[in-house]
Write a protein that binds this ligand. Sequence first.
Ligand code: CO
Length: 134
Amino acid sequence: MLGRLNHVAIAVPDLDAAVALYRDTMGAKVSPPQDEPDHGVTVVFIELPNTKVELLYPLGENSPIQSFLEKNPAGGIHHMCYEVEDIIAARDRLKAGGARVLGDGNPKIGAHKKPVLFLHPKDFQGTLVELEQA
Ligand code: CO
C-alpha cells in the first residue's frame, strides 16, 4: 500500500532565512513561495533527486503552523508524506487497523493538487503522517 516518500515538511519561523539556507548554503533547487489558504500555510518546495522537502510558514488566522511554532519556536519536522495509489482504500485499511484520520475523514486537495489526508500522530509513533494519492 505504502509508496514513495513524497516529502518531509518542516515548519519554519523565518521563511526567508530558511530559503537562503537551502538555496544558497546547501545549493538546493528551491521554488518560489506558494500560498495555500485552505491549509493556512505558505509553502516552499525544495526539490531533491529522490524526494522533496517542504518549508511551511503560517498563513492567515488560525494557521496550524502557528500553534506548532509556538511549541517549537526554532521550527521542526511537522509531517512526513507518503504516496498511495488509492487514498480511499488506504484510509479504510488504516481505519480498520485503528488509526485515526484527522478532520472530517475525507481527502482534501493538497499543495500538489492531489487528494491528501492526515493521520493522527499518536497512532504513528508521534509523527503526523500525510497520505497523498500519487
Ligand atoms: Co505535506
